[in-house]
Design a protein around this ligand. Sequence first.
Ligand SMILES: [Zn+2]
Length: 276
Amino acid sequence: MQLPGGLIIDGERRRDYSFRAVTGELELELSENALQATSHPARVSAVLLRALQRIAGCEPNAGLIGRLSVGDRQFLMRRLAIHIDDSLSWLSAKCGSCGEPFDIPLRHSELPVKAAGEGYPEKVIESALGRLRVRVPSGSDQELVARVEDDDEALRTLLSRLIRHADSGAEVAPESLDAGLIALIESQVEAMAPEVATELLADCPVCQQQNRVTATPYASMQRPTGELFSEIHRLALHYHWGEAEILALPRSRRHTYLALIDRTRGMRSAERFIEG
Ligand SMILES: [Zn+2]
C-alpha cells in the first residue's frame, strides 16, 4: 500500500514508505511515556521517525516527517499498528440510545482510506483577496498549533501557515479572511486532503440503533507493555539472555523462541507423564 497523499520530492510526488522490523525496543518506545514529546503531534513525529525505514525514497528525518500531511501521518500510524499486529481486536462501545455496552470486532487493515484529491498538496483559488494558494496541513503545522492554547488563535496561526498570495507569495493576514472565505478554504483543503477512517458505524445488538464508534489510528501507541515484560522475563529465564539482547530481537523471532520454550515444556510434561 502507498501513502494516500505523499511528499513532493524534486517536483515528483512520492508515495512509497517502509517500516523497520518491529523489535521489543520499538514496542517499548511506543508505550505511553518512553518517547519524550511536548504534544501529541510531536509524539507522532517521534514515533514515525523511529519506526520508518524509508519515506518517499529518502532516509527519514525530522524535516520530512514534519512535511507529511496530517492524513498521511494518520495513515502511517495505522499501518504501523497493522505492521506490529493485525489480529482481530474488539472495540468497546456504549449505545448512545439505550446505554447498553457492546463490543465490535475490528481489524485495522480493513478500515477505509481516502486518497488525496485533485491538486494535492496545494491549489490556487480565486477569492475577493485575489488568487490565493492554499495547502493541506502538515505535521509541522499540527506541532506548532498544538502549542497555542486559545482555539481562535490556533485557527489564525494555522490559516496564516496554509495560505499565501499566489502571485507574490506574500503572507495573508488572517484578519482579512471573512467567514465565507474561511469556509471556502476549509472545503478546498478537505477535498485535497487524504484521510483515514476514524470512526465506524455499528448497530447496537440490544436496540438496533446505529452508533458511531471511534476507531483511533494511534492504536500502536496504546499497546500495553505488560505482555512484553513477561516475554522478556521468560526468555531471560530460559536462555539467560540480557534485556538489551532480547529487546533487539525482531518481534517474530522473539515469538518463535517463546513458542520453542512452550514446546520444550510440553515435551517435558509428556515425558514425565509417560515415565509416570
Ligand atoms: Zn442500544
